[in-house]
Design a protein around this ligand. Sequence first.
Ligand code: ZN
Length: 171
Amino acid sequence: MRIQIVRSVALRKEQDMKNVAFLTYNTVWKNLSSGWHEFPNGHRLFVLQNTKGGGTLATGPIGVERRREEIEGLWRQLQRELSSLDHVVIYLGARGTERAIELAKELPASKVTFVSCDCGLAFKAGLVQEAGLQDAGRILCECGGHQTMAALAGLFIATGELGLVSADTTK
Ligand SMILES: [Zn+2]
């Protein structure tokens, strides 16, 4: 899979950020632990993810209720760090999307980027609109968002920016 990085006007104020959170009920990066990571160039990454790793638990796909609880747990951790965060990147998968968007209402659109696979994309876009977050950054990704979240995290660490990164599944 090839990762394309496209720079555009959507970058606006997201340039040279110092503290960015990545939130997903999957994992952001293989072997990257949850919590704060500080890099020599001063960029700090706050990872909020499924502590068990992977998209599904070993026992099989987890239910909607469990997913909701997981998202709420991650959100509480995010809230504690909000004042020190410049931006929050949130993965919207096939499940748990409603709750994640509902919680994101607390944040100004300028501080949010949604990374979303195209499962139920129109439905998700509708929820984002209803939440008043239509001006948030939006990045299309593959199902699970693993490659795209990792690419975005890598870009942020290296440059302090979040470009429009999308996994090109056609090549
Ligand atoms: Zn999907």
